[in-house]
Design a protein around this ligand. Sequence first.
Ligand code: FE2
Length: 299
Amino acid sequence: MRKLLAAPLGLLGAGAATFAYASLIERNWFMLRRHEVPVLKPGARPVKVLHLSDAHLTPGRTRMIRWVRALDALEPDLVINTGDSISHPDAIGPFLELLGPLLDRPGVFVYGSNDMFAPTFKNPARYMWRTSQKDYKKRGGTPNLPYLELGAALKASGWLDLNNHMGRLKIADLDIEFAGINDSHINLDRYDAIAGPVDPRADLTIGVMHSPEPRNLDRFAADGYRLLLAGHTHGGQVCVPFYGALATNCGIDRPRVKGLHRWNASWLNVSAGLGTSPMAPFRFCCPPEATLLTLTPPP
Ligand SMILES: [Fe+2]
């Protein structure tokens, strides 16, 4: 009898230990990913860009709040937030606390679907056969999270709202042209509102979006944006050792589910994000992250 039970009990124990690791340890194991990106014109001095995404913040996530605030010590010249910042109606105060001194730096942002719609329980395994886009279509209705308040607070700190908008900032002697779109995952992207070739007088051009949907990446790249930033994928969130992400939850290919890659003539950074939906509070082989991109002239 003991022998018969040993295998199933062993499996159960291993499963419980893996879940405990994924939800208690790796989910709070914040990492800073660093890359150099040669997108500046010859002779320009390097510029540091801090890319944040997918915090999915709920009140009480003090470890994440402390870790992100401390990133101000990196002295980024620019902060870019690619959405899914909150997952709770009372998370705006905590999210501003998380940014803390970073709010005094130049910044830009777009929304993700989770800034607008509170999380509901779904079977996490469904990502294996389809994206979560259909869940939003089924739910319909109006947003039930205070994303406009979030946007107003960021704009009050001087950050640019790039949801289907363009903008311009002077940062460290550079004239930077930005264009961004609202979340394509729930069909709020309006690329036509920002379409057109980049201004050749700009020193740098950056395209910002939540979900790295190929149809939009192609248009940003064709219009001449040198650097593209996105989040949304969570890097797969639950990955298989030596294989990687099982799904991307959007149209991008699996090898580009996170990290710095080329997209045609542009550079694309996809953030694996800082958080998870509170309904799926675990990460495996895919730790939460922020990215520090040091933009440089060509080598
Ligand atoms: Fe997200």
